[in-house]
Design a protein around this ligand. Structure first.
Ligand code: SIN
Length: 283
């Protein structure tokens, strides 16, 4: 193989990486090309990568140390790989709302590498949204105001002991998660961050885990965050990825959001996710 070529998705975010076979490993040059492309496009899509869990781990470790998600059930014998599963008799999915992974951590995960193992006959796409363009298309006045604000992020309402999913009588999603008692620490990050790879500014709040604006009342926070979310969700910022077994989406959590579409009831969807360690985020 001649090495990666990067082909923009044609939508609002993401690029396809062609000319790579992860079974053969990656040269230092290929890793650097992909890291730069990740910083620029926010998500990298790869097709037809039939790799073992060991190769999945080895691919991830080329980019960062692995950050084991404390709430997801791990794949049997592979504690570094989280399982994202929905069985034919289950109704709810994991990740079925706009979010970015681990923003509740003090050093949020830099990225996630999701590999499709089993996909439904139709549906089960993931939609990604671009937080660079979400930021760039705000007015200069609002950008200026946001530059002084910080968002409060939490995992409690999603993964904690009082989260609604653990109170479901059928425990549909709760049975696929673990360690609710570990959802205790909140984090505060600038609402506009300087992206660690690209140096570009990105909007860094998300509907899944941001619970308020630091120092603001709940009602005030909600009004501002809802407005930003409506803006960021616009289709102009998005790209919808269709999976097949062996597809990979490698997203940068600081530059994107994602949303797992739950439209495949009665079929199994099984994905393996590795989360990559990140760093403290600065304005
Ligand atoms: C996730 O939110 O990490 C899972 C996304 C997906 O299953 O498409």
């Amino acid at each position: 193989m001649s090495g990666p070529s990067i082909e923009p998705s044609g939508g609002g975010v993401g690029a396809f990486v062609n000319g790579v076979d992860l079974n053969e490993g990656l040269s230092a040059n290929a890793v650097s090309t992909m890291r730069e492309a990740l910083g620029e496009y926010g998500v990298l899509f790869l097709r037809e990568q039939t790799i073992t869990p060991e190769k999945h781990v080895a691919f991830a470790e080329l980019f960062s140390k692995i950050d084991i998600n404390r709430f997801f059930t791990p794949v049997a014998d592979y504690p570094m790989i989280a399982e994202v599963r929905k069985e034919p008799d289950q109704k709810k999915n994991i990740g079925g709302g706009w979010h970015t992974d681990h923003s509740y951590d003090l050093d949020p995960a830099m990225g996630s590498i999701l590999l499709a193992r089993e996909t439904p006959p139709k549906g089960g796409d993931t939609i990604f949204a671009n937080m660079y363009s979400a930021y760039d298309t705000l007015s200069e006045g609002l950008k200026d105001s946001l530059s002084r604000l910080r968002g409060v992020h939490s995992s409690r309402h999603v993964f904690g002991v009082d989260a609604p999913r653990f109170k479901d009588k059928d425990n549909d999603v709760g049975s696929r998660l673990r360690n609710p008692e570990d959802a205790t620490q909140d984090s505060i990050h600038p609402m506009v961050i300087r992206h660690p790879i690209s140096g570009r500014k990105a909007l860094y709040v998300n509907p899944g885990f941001t619970i308020g604006v630091d120092g603001w009342a709940e009602k005030e926070s909600k009004a501002l965050l809802d407005m930003l979310y409506e803006h960021a969700k616009q289709p102009e910022h998005a790209y919808r990825f269709q999976w097949a077994p062996g597809s990979i989406a490698f997203w940068d959590n600081r530059a994107t959001w994602h949303y797992a579409v739950n439209d495949y009831h009665g079929a199994r969807r099984l994905m393996h996710r590795i989360t990559l360690g990140g760093e403290a985020l600065a304005a």
